[in-house]
Design a protein around this ligand. Structure first.
Ligand code: PLP
Length: 338
């Protein structure tokens, strides 16, 4: 059976999908934020929303991100989405046509590949190492093919856990300007830093308006909210807002945005994120200790320092697919390399 976000069974611990632990979903936070918002005499959150996303919400979000990233984020450069997946889908609508090529890292987030398949895009993989995408190999590839965009998960990568170094980020941004392709950076794990401080998001390296950064509340609040953002240059935002989807339906999730705005203003979002980081840091340390105890000398691994994923390299004589079947019998599941 193919793994998706939904077909997970309750009696299996699945280390291969990017889902929060159900016990960490913040019902009380959302209840408090919703009460705060719904007791204000302002029904505008129930109306069609501004295409780019509510301005007050974008201001609150910009402040949250500026604090979290350690670099200034401007509200005018934010566009509200229904999650990173929705942002990526809209980017495909507006910036590709069937048959176009997109570059991805090898390995990459497996469900992004499904989305590119839906769009009939031609996917070309690029090598990665312990510092993320090998940007030198990208440069060589660019002399053969020019992609519509390159999709990357630069920080705490799904599934490999690696983080792209600052110098490679600079190089990648320069190449996108020089060769005229977009970099779509899926930064959903950036704010979940436990022991590593990552370089600023990919979009901070953008000098010429070629980087499109995808963010999400799925990993820092709750995936059921279906709320996220794109941070990018104004002309790209203009192109996104002038899509049929937005012109007909208005901005995405105005109701949820308004509730989450209260969560940010009341400090609840920041408290929740701090709590998540505290808990995940401990779990990550426990996993690291268990790996050292049970697998050192056989598998090789490196602590990712944040995010949801730990990548193991198995010895050559171990078949990952067979091992996965054995793990499942014992109540554990993981993803194999693609
Ligand atoms: C790299 C990556 N991008 C996107 C998503 C999904 O994000 P969203 O819920 O915001 O659509 C996930 C979730 O697993 C992910 O790991």
């Amino acid at each position: 059976m193919q793994i998706t976000q939904l077909n997970l069974s309750d009696d299996i611990i699945d280390l291969g999908v990017g889902q929060p632990d159900p016990s960490l979903l913040p019902l009380a936070v959302l209840s408090q934020a919703a009460t705060h918002r719904l007791t204000q005499p302002d029904a505008s959150l129930l109306q069609y929303g501004m295409e780019q996303g509510n301005e007050y919400f974008r201001r609150s979000l910009a402040q949250l991100l500026s604090d979290g990233y350690g670099v200034s984020v401007e509200p005018d450069r934010l566009f509200i989405t229904a999650g990173a997946t929705s942002g990526l889908d809209l980017v495909c609508t507006r910036f590709t046509k069937p048959g176009d090529t997109v570059f991805v890292e090898e390995p990459t987030y497996f469900l992004a590949l499904r989305l590119f398949a839906d769009r009939r895009l031609n996917v070309v993989g690029l090598p990665t190492d312990e510092n993320g995408l090998v940007v030198g190999a990208l440069e060589e590839k660019l002399s053969e093919i020019r992609p519509a965009f390159l999709y990357t998960v630069p920080t705490f990568h799904n599934p490999s856990g690696v983080t792209l170094t600052a110098s490679r980020r600079e190089h990648l941004a320069r190449l996108s300007e020089q060769y005229g392709f977009y970099v779509v950076a899926d930064e959903v794990y950036h704010l979940l830093a436990y022991t590593t401080v990552p370089p600023p998001p990919m979009v901070s390296y953008d000098a010429s308006g070629t980087v499109i950064s995808l963010g999400s509340f799925s990993k820092i609040l709750a995936p059921g909210l279906r709320l996220g953002w794109i941070q990018t240059a104004p002309d790209i935002i203009h192109r996104l807002t002038h899509s049929g989807l937005l012109l007909s339906g208005g901005g995405m999730n105005p109701f949820t945005s308004a509730v989450v705005q209260s969560a940010i203003e009341l400090g609840l979002q920041q408290n929740h994120l701090s709590r998540l980081i505290h808990i995940y840091r401990q779990r990550s340390a426990d996993l690291e200790a268990a790996l050292h105890e049970n697998l050192s000398g056989s598998a090789t691994f490196k602590n990712p320092g944040g995010g949801f994923f730990y990548w193991l390299r198995l010895p050559n004589d171990i078949n990952a697919t067979a091992l996965r079947k054995e793990a499942k019998k014992k109540g554990g599941q993981f993803s194999t390399g693609h």
